[in-house]
Design a protein around this ligand. Structure first.
Ligand code: ADP
Ligand code: ZN
Ligand code: ZN
Length: 802
């Protein structure tokens, strides 16, 4: 077949299709689906993905493929299919979806070089090309007459590898090894022949007589106290031999992980694991929801399920939220599966990410533990996919393609006929509702493995503090507990919720918060107009001077930063040592780990931070958790705010008393009677679920309906409103009568980078044509989007309604 179907890298709606290109003779045998190529496109040369091959094209005068970027395809057949589905499901371009599946390094064109990995004879054309060198520029190959098939075969045999040169920084590391070039008895002879004055050379040889193994050159220097000149002399004499070997940069030193063995399971763990193992054995897909309180041993269940998968010669993907990719979590997987584990998260450099990806691509690992995008790991024989903390919104990509890793996981699970396991102490309402209906299989673990009770939660009513004259952000109870904790030499975690982009208005006397009468979300204060606005439906009213509930004048907007809290804390308790962890103090690479390490080493009494400290941390000495402002998340303009508050309070409470010492939690609140604060303090997920479901039903929110969000932005205010309004009208005409189209309303971030942002929200139950309708509507604006400064984005599963 001499024609390739190519998805080209042009970010435009009109180009979202395959183009036919002729495959030149030299590529014909090696070109296959999933490879990246360079093709002519108009006057330009661009990259593209080969997605198919065929004999004939309806077009005449096809242009030829200029170059092949990969000798081994970077996308498997499954991933090509999956990318297509992702693009269609999220209304994005195919090219965008494919690029999202690959590490950054492979999204661009980089200079390449070929590295020789072996001393064994290569095909003679290749020997000729390398001409005694270990590394050559890729262009030398391109300009030579060596057939592509010859190179491909050498690459597949592992004799040669391709290295992408990422900006002057080499992505692969090449290390020189030294080994004996003679058999043991000949080596001894050589040793005898050496002049007795060549002390250093004799010393090196005696080393190899004792350990006749390859050694890294650098290590050899250290071990034998020699230098390059000595080694070179021995190499030149043909006694030793040197060769270069490509090694992966290893962000985690595998040797430092202590090996762990499977633990005998508790009854509850056993019951949760058993049905999962059964699916693994029967090669059947199913989705499991493991609902287990913090410390109930969910991770051990994952580990033992993966072990079973590896036993079958299959592979596993484990997704964890970026935030919990702490050394603690990585240690648990590396400790059990050692170098079979690749780790992928955003703190790795591009080169490191590429290395981890290549280990997966080359089938050198069995398990990947990673953040969201690890769901696209190019495994071909998946046996299980695990999503820990399944309720985390970081599993939804907020940029194109706006996919949810859970959906992709289930799609891959179906393809590979393997189980997908979702785990959480506080599942999403969506997942829990599905589990209750029997769509997912539910396993419940309500006991901690150490049988410790969950820490007691005390809710402090901050309105009373104010009435009693305490204007500080620390209640009397919290201060007392912190002091006695520090006295006992124990540690404290203090959580300050991130404040939303916008501020809400609350009465400090009675805790009253103004909410939209139609949408039940907190109204947002707009300083310029002194108005309160609803960001879902556009309802607005004037900012009141007096609290409508209690007539107090203490009604105002709300929000504090961690830095201010730290200052106040230093004033209140000058002797306490505080570590502050927020976006500012963790910006530098490795800062996150360093701060946690210092806290673990007891270099501080208090760890003060935002959400990022709520999850996954496991410090034996933490006995007190304080939540300073439990309200600030409760009143985000988001219908999920109660759910998020419940989740956060449960998570952070789980940080206390995880080991021998028992723990305590103090939650400060201006709305202590709110059901999500009350029920979180009782750890009553079931009751919370039932209550919250009623509200979702009443105001028509997921999981009762699906949402879609269209956001329009333009520099011209009027234009932004007009287009949004037109889109809403067009949609209203075609949707069913049960479907609600809201808008145009200003986005919660109404103006960003001098662009006005308006949105239209669709609430629907059954609209099989919705995607194609939205696509058609967007196509109407395709011209304007290209020529003018108009942007329209669609999110078919919005989480951040901002
Ligand atoms: P979760 O992920 O549900 O919060 P973890 O997996 O972190 O819980 O388990 C909590 C603690 O219990 C860990 O220290 C873990 O090593 C320990 N653990 C897990 N399973 C068992 C078991 N079967 N027996 C004893 N200890 C266990
Ligand atoms: Zn009031
Ligand atoms: Zn509203």
């Amino acid at each position: 077949m001499n024609i390739a179907k190519v998805i080209v890298d042009v970010q435009a709606k009109a180009i979202n299709q395959t183009f036919d290109y002729l495959i030149p003779e030299k590529f014909r045998d090696i070109l296959s689906e999933g490879m990246r190529v360079i093709v002519p496109f108009g006057p330009r040369k661009i990259t593209g993905f080969v997605v198919g091959k065929k004999e004939e094209s309806e077009f005449e005068q096809l242009k030829e493929i200029i170059d092949v970027l990969d000798i081994n395809p970077v996308l498997t057949e499954e991933l090509l299919e999956l990318g297509k589905w992702v693009a269609e499901d999220t209304l994005t371009l195919y090219i965008t979806a494919y690029q999202a599946m690959l590490p950054q390094v492979l999204k661009a064109q980089y200079k390449k070089e070929l590295i020789r990995n072996t001393d064994e004879e290569l095909a003679h054309e290749l020997e000729f090309l390398f001409a005694g060198r270990d590394v050559i520029r890729y262009e030398e190959f391109v300009q030579s007459t060596v057939p592509y098939t010859t190179l491909r075969n050498a690459i597949q045999d592992g004799a040669i590898s391709i290295n992408y040169l990422v900006k002057s920084k080499v992505t692969k590391k090449v290390i020189t090894f030294i080994e004996p070039n003679k058999e043991a008895h000949l080596l001894e002879e050589a040793f005898m022949d050496l002049s007795p004055s060549a002390k250093k050379q004799r010393h090196v040889l005696s080393f190899f007589l004792e350990f006749p193994e390859p050694v890294e050159q650098q290590k050899l220097y250290n071990l034998t106290n020699t230098n390059r000149a000595v080694i070179k002399a021995l190499v030149d004499k043909g006694i030793l031999r040197e060769y270069k070997k490509e090694v992966y940069r290893n962000p985690y030193d595998d040797t430092s992980f202590e090996k762990t063995l499977p633990l005998p399971l508790t009854k509850q763990q056993e019951m949760a694991l058993h049905p999962i193992i059964e699916k693994i054995h029967n090669h059947k897909h199913d989705v499991f929801l493991v609902h287990g309180v913090t410390g109930s041993g969910k991770t051990e269940i994952y580990l033992q399920a993966i072990q079973e998968v590896i036993k079958q010669g299959k592979e596993a993907i484990v997704l964890v939220p970026e935030i919990s990719l702490t050394p603690q979590m990585v240690k648990r997987f590396k400790g059990r599966f050692g170098s079979d584990v690749a780790v992928m998260h955003s703190a790795l450099s591009n080169g490191e990410k590429y290395d981890e990806w290549r280990k997966i691509h080359a089938k050198e690992v069995k398990v990947v533990v990673g953040a969201r995008s690890a769901i696209f790991a190019p495994f071909e024989n998946l046996g299980i996919i695990i999503i820990d903390e399944e309720h985390e919104t970081t599993y939804k990509q907020e940029d194109q393609p706006r996919y949810h890793a859970r959906d992709v996981a289930i799609k891959r699970g179906q393809y590979h006929e393997c189980p997908v396991v979702l785990g959480s102490a506080t599942p999403t309402l969506e997942s829990y509702a599905r589990a209750k209906k029997g769509v997912y299989q539910l396993a419940t673990l309500d006991k901690r493995t150490n049988n410790q009770a969950l820490p007691k939660v005390e809710i402090v009513d901050m309105r009373n503090e104010l009435h009693e004259g305490n204007r500080s952000m620390f209640s009397i109870a919290l201060k007392r507990e912190m002091e006695s904790g520090i006295e006992r030499g124990e540690q404290i975690v203090l959580l300050l919720n991130r404040r939303g982009y916008s501020t809400f208005v609350m009465c400090r006397d009675c805790g009253h918060v103004k909410r939209c009468p139609h949408c039940d979300i907190a109204l947002t204060y707009h300083k310029n107009s002194n108005q309160l606005k609803c960001h879902y439906c556009g309802y607005e009213e004037r900012m009141p001077h007096l609290c409508p509930e209690c007539n107090s004048e203490s009604i105002r907007y709300f929000g504090t930063g961690t830095q201010r809290v730290e200052e106040a804390l230093n004033q209140l308790m000058p002797h306490a040592r505080v570590i502050r962890m927020d976006v500012d103090t963790t910006r530098k690479k490795g800062a996150h780990e360093k701060l946690l390490k210092r806290f673990a080493n007891k270099e501080a009494d208090i760890l003060l931070g935002t959400q990022m400290i709520a999850k996954g941390l496991d410090f034996a000495n933490v006995t007190l958790v304080g939540v300073l402002t439990s309200d600030s998340m409760l009143h985000l303009p988001d219908f999920r705010s109660s759910e998020k508050t419940f989740q956060l309070l449960t998570q952070v409470s789980g940080r206390a008393g995880r080991h021998e010492l028992s723990g305590k939690v103090i939650v400060q609140s201006y709305t202590p009677d709110h059901y999500s604060i009350q029920l979180a303090s009782e750890y009553d997920f079931e009751k919370f679920f039932l209550y919250e479901m009623q509200i979702r039903k009443k105001f028509r929110y997921p999981p009762y309906v699906y949402l879609a969000l269209i956001t329009v932005s333009h520099q011209n205010h009027v234009k932004a409103v007009q287009i949004t309004s037109r889109i809403a009208q067009l949609l209203l005409k075609v949707v069913g009568k049960d479907t609600i189209v809201l808008g145009p309303t200003p986005s919660p971030i109404a103006r960003m980078k001098d662009r006005y942002r308006y949105q239209c929200m669709i609430k629907y139950k059954n609209e099989p044509e919705l995607r194609s309708t939205i696509k058609k509507v967007m196509d109407l604006y395709a011209d304007e989007m290209r020529k003018e400064d108009l942007s329209i984005t669609v999110d078919m599963q919005p989480y951040h309604l901002m």
